[in-house]
Design a protein around this ligand. Structure first.
Ligand SMILES: Nc1ncnc2c1ncn2[C@@H]1O[C@H](COP(=O)(O)OP(=O)(O)O)[C@@H](O)[C@H]1O
Ligand SMILES: [Mg+2]
Length: 344
């Protein structure tokens, strides 16, 4: 029998190419095909996670290959659990792309500091010498360009694409602000136009080689964030929350949407967790921090708990976010990089 599937193949790739194998995985008691994180593992990795012996892995591989060849398998095939309606899928990443990782930053609502976390994560990654771009996916409420003091219109790249603006530290930035005559001009567009602008920001912009492209999503779980997750090759999602948000279950909405789209949550950032006075007194202004609950609800790691810092607001308003330094954000970047290494 020809062996088409081997232990090193990624589960997601196997079931995408050979849908009949989903039932085999589940027949063997492996839930990985239905798990956003598990599906990114190799067959051997999934088996290891679920404590398969080498012999059990061999039987699984035999059955997977048998099902591809239309031959009988040794266990009763089992249907995979499915969500309601048509399962949604995130866009798969082309293997040869120049942008190594596309990461979307998401939050259930506006004003929790999603753009700020995007900006500061980019700053910390750049400080480590990595090449970083920010696609401001918040078309109607763009704030990235301003935070970095990036002004002017993007030019044309030698190949005819759009050349993104660059921050002082060399972060490439693309934002709707750059196309408005006045920064305060409103963008009154409907969903489809917003979606196509976001897609163009990805495909028509000459991003060049990037380690990370961070996409600052518009708030909520509506059309626009869904377009980003479905039409851009997003590798992972960072969810930004605040202590208040947990109480209203908004975080869970995000988590569920990502799961439905079969996306990977890299981790959660809790912003505005506390405020510290200059003499070290600690106040939890928006209620107690919810680190543990966030982790257990989302099944994803907590990447950082960020304090409220008025110096930040001042620097952002002045377009000088890159001058901000706090070890908390360096730690955020470190946790982010390490978590991605594990999840890929
Ligand atoms: N940790 C923080 N400390 C101080 N100000 C913050 C913090 N997080 C966010 N802000 C401020 O709150 C406002 C909203 O943040 P923003 O990143 O624009 O939110 P979102 O993108 O989620 O709508 C901004 O003025 C920002 O500078
Ligand atoms: Mg924003």
């Amino acid at each position: 029998m020809a062996e088409t599937i081997n232990a090193d193949m990624i589960i997601h790739d196997v079931v995408t190419k050979y849908p009949s194998t989903v039932k085999v995985f589940h027949g063997h008691g492996l839930p990985c095909t239905a798990c956003a994180v598990g599906a990114r593992e190799s067959v051997a990795g999934g088996a290891r996670t679920h404590r398969f012996t080498p012999e059990k892995l061999d039987v699984l591989l035999k059955d997977l290959n048998a099902s591809v060849n239309g031959e009988p398998i040794s266990v009763a095939p089992k249907k995979a659990p499915v969500g309601r309606g048509v399962p949604l899928q995130m866009s798969p990443a082309p293997a040869d792309r120049k942008i190594k990782q596309v990461i979307a930053i998401m939050s259930g609502k506006g004003g929790v500091g999603k753009s700020l976390v995007t900006g500061l994560l980019a700053v910390s990654l750049r400080r480590q010498g990595l090449s970083v771009g920010i696609l401001d996916g918040d078309i109607t409420g763009p704030s990235i360009a301003r935070m970095f003091g990036a002004k002017g219109q993007p030019g044309k790249s030698p190949s005819g694409g759009i050349d993104p603006l660059r921050s002082k530290a060399g972060i490439k930035i693309m934002s709707m602000n750059m196309f408005l005559e006045h920064e305060s001009d409103p963008v009154v567009w409907r969903g489809p136009m917003i979606s196509s602008a976001i897609k163009q920001f990805y495909s028509d912009v000459e991003w060049g080689q990037l380690d990370y492209l961070l996409v600052d999503l518009p708030p909520g779980t509506s059309d626009a964030p869904m377009t980003v997750l479905q039409s851009l090759p997003v590798d992972g999602i960072v969810i930004v929350s605040s202590p208040q948000m947990l109480a209203t279950m908004i975080v869970m909405k995000c988590v569920n949407m990502v799961r439905q789209l079969k996306g990977v949550i890299v981790g959660i950032v809790e912003n505005m967790s506390y405020f510290e006075t200059p003499n070290g007194e600690h106040y939890e202004i928006f209620g107690p921090s919810n680190g543990t609950e966030l982790v257990s609800m989302s099944g994803s790691p907590l990447l950082a708990q960020l304090p409220i810092d008025s110096a930040l607001t001042t620097l952002c308003d002045a377009g000088r976010v890159e001058e901000y330094y706090s070890p908390t954000y360096e730690l955020l970047a470190e946790n982010f990089i390490n978590t991605l290494k594990i999840k890929r």
